[in-house]
Write a protein that binds this ligand. Structure first.
Ligand SMILES: [Zn+2]
Length: 493
């Protein structure tokens, strides 16, 4: 995407944003990365600690086997090359949330390299431990008038995987869309709860601009800890605009780490960006290399299940669904499962017309969720997959219209039941091409002679009040296209 850098023709340069993403994913293990402390969120501070994660002298780390297994699943799902042997490094920096004075991470021999997801190439995927949580007390905690911060070591040592993309993203919207894809993929794998509010998925974005049409990379800045999709997109947009301003003024962008404040939209500098040599990386002497065996890879592969992008393709090919519907179903596993059960309720899907499958997919992906609670698992409500298939059949054969179908879903969500019985009970059946509908149409034309005349002389929009009259008279049971046909027929069009 090219961004115009201003209206002034003399200085109008178009820039292309170049964005790389770094995502930290907290793995869904029972214990921490290098010790037996239980993983916790929301427990009282400093209740899940031990000599290892508090860095007491003489304590030795041990690699969490499940964390390696989950990291391998991520590497396989993203099509990475898995290193048969990878090693941990110490990454040094001094900060109160890091009791050892270094973080155990991976450096030049990471677990996974390369790979791609949804058209964005990956640079690497590596394992590391999380830092503890610093809590700034603000006005509520002061010593001798100075603000203080406290440390909760419960999070310290949690297992993380860092996923680093190549700079293949070129807009804020693309970044948001890609991160959503990554999130559903990780959720489907079951490797993390990917809860952004609780910090299980955190994103940094490296942003630079270059004149459109050139290939050299500009100076990049790093936006830290963007913790919602909305903030990620807003932050990147704001940083692109800031860099445009800097470049248009003839200045240069300086390499630094930035903080985006979503409430004010302001970007502030945290620090000038460290170079790798500032961290004094060296191999962790207390941990052996991680040696991956064929058995470990086979076990990870067997645990994976079908990935969302693969399912999207299969739903399109096997059922003839549009890309949009297939994605809506594939990206929420329970909706996809529910759809496939509904199809199975009708027997061999090869004999089911594509139009009916489309209607069914539409009902399940679009109409059902808002009527049962958008985050509710459809298997936990009283609407059965078979009932949705029955309803789709009535829609496809025009025995009911969409308005009636929505009412049926509401009734099913309230108390379950049989679709046909609800339609009969509430008189929701569509008025078809019988005499009854023709009579109502005639009455509508008589009630709106002006509109009828305009329609006769070619003004298509004039049909609005006539259709409105019919829908009111029939309590919404008429089929819209049938009404249009009858109107045209009666006007001799
Ligand atoms: Zn511990």
């Amino acid at each position: 995407m090219a961004v115009s850098a201003g209206a002034d023709a003399a200085s109008a340069v178009s820039y292309e944003p170049v964005i790389g993403l770094e995502i930290h994913v907290q793995l869904a293990t029972r214990t921490k990365m290098f010790c037996g402390c239980e993983m916790s969120f929301g427990d009282p501070p400093n209740t899940h600690t031990c000599p290892v994660c508090l860095a007491l002298p003489g304590a030795l780390p041990v690699v969490n086997e499940l964390a390696v297994h989950l990291a391998l699943m991520i590497g396989l799902a993203l099509g990475c090359e898995l290193a048969p042997r990878s090693i941990f490094h110490r990454k040094h920096y001094f900060y109160p949330d890091l009791p050892k004075g270094y973080q155990i991470s991976q450096y030049d021999e990471p677990l996974c390299r390369g790979g791609s997801l949804g058209g964005v190439r990956l640079h690497r995927v590596h394992m590391e431990e999380d830092a503890a949580k610093l809590i700034h007390m603000g006005a509520s905690g002061r010593i001798h008038g100075s603000e203080i911060s406290v440390v909760d070591f419960n999070r310290g040592g949690s297992p993380l995987v860092e996923i680093v993309t190549e700079p293949d993203v070129h807009s804020a919207e693309q970044a948001g869309e890609w991160l959503r894809l990554l999130r559903v993929t990780l959720r489907q794998l079951g490797v993390s709860d990917v809860n952004m509010d609780e910090g299980s998925l955190r994103c940094d974005a490296n942003v630079s601009l270059r004149p459109a049409g050139t290939t050299a990379l500009g100076v990049k800045t790093e936006l830290k800890n963007l913790n919602s999709f909305r903030f990620i997109e807003a932050g990147i947009r704001a940083e692109i605009a800031r860099q445009e301003g800097v470049l248009d003024a003839g200045a240069t962008v300086s390499q630094e780490t930035l903080h985006f404040d979503p409430s004010s939209g302001q970007i502030t500098s945290l620090r000038s960006k460290e170079e790798a040599h500032d961290y004094r990386y060296f191999p962790e002497p207390d941990l052996p290399p991680v040696a991956i065996t064929e058995q470990m890879i086979a076990r990870a592969r067997a645990a994976m299940g079908e990935l969302p992008l693969d399912r999207e393709q299969r739903l399109q090919q096997a059922f003839g669904l549009t890309a949009e519907r297939a994605r809506a179903l594939a990206f929420r596993r329970e909706l996809g499962d529910y759809f496939e059960q509904a199809v199975a309720a009708g027997g061999d899907h090869g004999a089911t017309p594509t139009e009916l499958l489309q209607t069914l997919a539409n009902l399940i992906a679009v109409e059902l969720p808002p009527r049962i609670g958008s985050d509710t698992d459809p298997f936990d409500c009283s609407v059965t997959p078979a009932a949705m298939l029955a309803l789709a059949r009535m829609l496809a054969t025009k025995q009911i219209n969409m308005g009636g179908a929505r009412t049926v879903i509401e009734r099913l969500a309230e108390h379950g039941g049989e679709v046909e019985a609800i339609v009969a009970q509430e008189d929701l059946g569509a008025l078809g091409d019988g005499d009854e509908l023709a009579t109502v149409v005639a009455a509508a034309l008589a009630a709106h002679p002006d509109a009828a005349e305009r329609l006769r002389t070619g003004n298509q929009k004039a049909i609005g009040p006539i259709v409105g009259f019919v829908m009111r008279e029939t309590k919404g049971r008429a089929d819209g296209s049938e009404v249009t046909r009858l109107v045209h027929q009666q006007l001799g069009l």
